[in-house]
Structures are given as C-alpha cells and as structure tokens.
Design a protein around this ligand. Sequence first.
Ligand SMILES: Nc1ncnc2c1ncn2[C@@H]1O[C@H](COP(=O)(O)OP(=O)(O)OP(=O)(O)O)[C@@H](O)[C@H]1O
Ligand SMILES: [Mg+2]
Length: 304
Amino acid sequence: MGFMITTDGSSYEDVKKDQAERLRLIMKEKNATGKRTREPRVITISSGKGGVGKTNIAINLAIAFSEIGKKVVVMDADLGLANVNVILGIIPKYNLYHVLKGQKRLHEIIIDTPYGIQIIAGASGFAQLADLDEEERAAFVQELKELAYADIIIIDTGAGVSQNVLTFVRSADDAIIVTTPEPTAITDAYGIIKTISAEINGPNIKLVVNRVKSHMEGKKVAERVITIAGQFLNIKVDNLGFIFEDVSVQKSVVKQDPFIKSSPNSKASQSIKHLMTRLANIEYREAGGFSRFLKGLFGGKSGI
Ligand SMILES: Nc1ncnc2c1ncn2[C@@H]1O[C@H](COP(=O)(O)OP(=O)(O)OP(=O)(O)O)[C@@H](O)[C@H]1O
Ligand SMILES: [Mg+2]
C-alpha cells in the first residue's frame, strides 16, 4: 500500500479523498468572484508543555491555507519569547510590543513573507496584557480590527495557561491544543484543556498530537485525552489529527525555511495538509466571529 500519510487513523482511500477535497477547495476559491461574507476565522494554537511544535504548526498550517487561496495572518502572541519570525528567518524591526505601547500602528508592523502569509512578530519581553490600562487595551483592540481583511488569523499563544494566553484563546473560534505522546505533555495538555473549558462560551477545543511514530500511537494518545476530558470535565474535545515525527521539521527549522515549502512531500507536510483540509471542512460557529473575538479579549473589559 506504500506510504501512509493519514493523521487521524483514516485509511489510504480517505487520504485520496482528502486530496481530491483539497483540490475542490482550491477550485472553489478560484471560482469565487463574490464579496466576503464572513469575518476572519480566529484559530489559536496552544499547549500545556513548551516545545511541542506550536510555532511550526502555526506557520505551516498558515501556508497550507494560503495555498488554497486564503489570506492568512499569523500572530505571534507569545509575549515573552517571540519565535514565529525566527522560524521564518525574518528579523522584524518592530513587533507587538510597539503596538501594545501605542508606539506603532498595527499595519506598520505586519510583515509580508515570501511564503504567501503575513506575520505579526511577538512582543519579546512583554510581561502582562493585564497590566495595560483601560485606554491601552481599547487602543490595542482597535488596532486589531485592521485584521478584518484576513480570512484566517492564526495565533501562536506560547505554552501554558497564563492570563496572556487565555486572553487570546477564550474568544477564538477554534482553540487547537498541541501535545506530543510524552506523558508530561499529555498531562499538561489536559491541564490547559481544563482551564479553557472553564471559560463561559469558550472556543471549540481541538487536539493535535504531534511527533507520533505511528497511526496507532496518534490515535491512542488522542483517544486518551479526549476520553478523560469527556469523563472528568464533561467537555467535547475534537480530534483534529496527528503529525508524524519527521526529520524534515528539524532541518527546516535550522534552514529557517518552513517544511511545507522545503519538503512538501514529507510526512510532516502531508500531515499538515490533512489537518488544514479537515479544518477547512469543519464549519465553525457563525455567531460573532472576529467581532466576537475582539469583544471577548480582556474578558469583555476592553472598553468597547
Ligand atoms: N513533527 C515533528 N517532527 C520532528 N521534530 C519536531 C516536530 N515538531 C516539532 N519538532 C521539533 O520540536 C522543536 C520545537 O518546535 P516548536 O518551536 O514549533 O515548538 P513550540 O511548541 O512552539 O515551542 P515553544 O513552547 O518554545 O514556543 C522544533 O524545533 C523541532 O526540532
Ligand atoms: Mg513556539
């Protein structure tokens, strides 16, 4: 049967179907003449434990979406340790810090990349969004409104469940939680799922298991997390799929060239395309979208 590339335990036929579906999405996009009818979809990428692959997933998923014609902005909301730009080998002059401090407008710091996506660099060393005063919060939300032209906004939140992370996750459309099969990563993933699930009217929570060595491993880990979340938290976590352990990921990080571009046929790239297709096919809630996201930032305390 050759090379298996499914990420959610589906069969080889499913993968074929998936590829056809991807083509269909591209065609649909190309044929689209009309006006935008929707607000940007906001997808956050988080994890309990650090170093599980969030930033790589955020960037490569964004590029996969841009390849079907979507306008995608990746925002590095890891305010302590910005790294989206590092993975892309881009040295930004200004970052979110300057916007948060009111020194720059958002459009002045958005960076076009050669990969078809735009990025907003994180605010290295910025402590707490909660420390912003009322006026600064309102100004920040106002700036973010500029992103309304995007189809998809992917936010790399950094690891853990700080208030900064929750600020972005609580009002997103989809909250992707990344784990690896490592027990500590699984426990921490459960922890962050628990915290997010406590948010009233929170996002849809979707699990991605990264760095799996087999289908079976990916399936087992996902089932474990989803079953426990269902039993103990009474919340539904969707299984978005898994990503294979793949040396092309490390290589691409060293080369500062996203793997979906440098090794488009690698197992990791196929996994990402599979995730993208699943996300593109999942209807997300209509209510609110981006406006709802902006209102929910700061727990509705942004003054707008
Ligand atoms: N599927 C994979 N196969 C092989 N290696 C991987 C894979 N995913 C991630 N890695 C390795 O893990 C490292 C960390 O990935 P990444 O920086 O995306 O994690 P992160 O969750 O964003 O980390 P942080 O919490 O520090 O922001 C990568 O540099 C790469 O070496
Ligand atoms: Mg990261």
